[in-house]
Ligand binder design. Sequence first.
Ligand SMILES: Cc1cc2nc3c(=O)[nH]c(=O)nc-3n(C[C@H](O)[C@H](O)[C@H](O)COP(=O)(O)OP(=O)(O)OC[C@H]3O[C@@H](n4cnc5c(N)ncnc54)[C@H](O)[C@@H]3O)c2cc1C
Length: 205
Amino acid sequence: MRAPSYADAGRRLRGRSDILGVMTTVAIIGDGPAGLSAALFLAKNGHEAVVYGQDKTAMHAAQLHNYLGIDDVSGTDFQTAARAQVTGFGAELRDEQVDAITQQDGRFTVHAGDDTRDADYVILAGAKATRRLADELGVDIADDRVRVDTENRTNVDRVYAAGRLVRANRSQAIISAGAGAVAALDILAREAGKDVHDWDTPPKE
Ligand SMILES: Cc1cc2nc3c(=O)[nH]c(=O)nc-3n(C[C@H](O)[C@H](O)[C@H](O)COP(=O)(O)OP(=O)(O)OC[C@H]3O[C@@H](n4cnc5c(N)ncnc54)[C@H](O)[C@@H]3O)c2cc1C
């Protein structure tokens, strides 16, 4: 019997959750572990997760021996698997550089070249390169770090930050992935109007 693929898991689990409220659109700026982890949680639960990035993550320079549960993997192989996983659950990866994000009437517009896309939430996960975007949105930055609370919310409503952008000089892949998941779970909870767990159980025999 062949091993199930990420796409199989996506088809099986996507939208099956009782978390789902009205579908919301989340623009995620950055395609490293932080951004992809956020996208996984959001897409898996039926929301529209749009990830911007051109696969230029620092992960391509890494060889992971410190990611719990994984013995040894190159950062490039990790990224390949992560990208397949999030698209398997329905997230959209856009090979684009975000130039600006504007805000009007409670919604955000993401500008990437000639492309524009509206979103209900923004997650900034692009390491130092997204600091300018954070600044332009009015996000608090102090001591070289974007400031966030325990849910990775910034001071600007519905703008989150995660990963190297928040912890510039204390950056590890597993911490970025965890932070992206925290931000996504907070959005899921806000949309559901209650705390949520994204918990799955093994298939019944
Ligand atoms: C040499 C080296 C070795 C390392 N080894 C390890 C290791 O062994 N273990 C470990 O845990 N960590 C290691 N790391 C650190 C690890 O790579 C980082 O912790 C991790 O990449 C951080 O993930 P992130 O998602 O926060 O940011 P990143 O991985 O930096 O991802 C950010 C992404 O956003 C994109 N982006 C930025 N701005 C924009 C924009 N405006 N529009 C669109 N996209 C944008 C960037 O191009 C990038 O692809 C290593 C790093 C280096 C450099």
